[in-house]
Design a protein around this ligand. Sequence first.
Ligand SMILES: [Zn+2]
Length: 186
Amino acid sequence: MLSHDARLALPDWVGAEIDATAVYRDDEARMALAVRLSALNVERGTGGPFGAAVFDAQGRLLAVGVNRVVPETSSIAHAEMMAYLLAQKHTGRARLNDGHPGITLAASGQPCCMCYGATFWAGIDTLLIGASSADVMELTDFDEGPLPADWRGELERRGIAVREGVLREAAREVLSRYAAGGGIHY
Ligand SMILES: [Zn+2]
């Protein structure tokens, strides 16, 4: 019998750790949440060292995500994909900024080739990146996959503003800690 249904879920601790009613007013506050999620995911052993969060124009949370590839047995369960999936479910909008401009994704690590592709269709206006792809591949054995040489320009030409290096050192620190702990390849 083939499977007809699939579900992906965040770890149980997320609800207790996240203040879903807070307003995250600037890029640093938004990234701090994504990095904190990445750190907690490593500490709790619930997935790989990546966190992400989606915010509306006022800085209210629409969803968070952490890497769940191994626990959920799913290659698509990256932090950004989890955050998009849950934000789309929460808002009822397949394109998050449809009629609601000003959507931001904060990702503790630069989106891999899959999450990069998903970012074009998710309907965000701003992408905040913590650690770069080079950081991820320097500090861990994760493969970011093939990205276009002008990956940033391709986003910007489609109206997605990109800010790199937001709380980069804090994001790198989580990757280093993960690698020092054995770097189980989620
Ligand atoms: Zn990814």
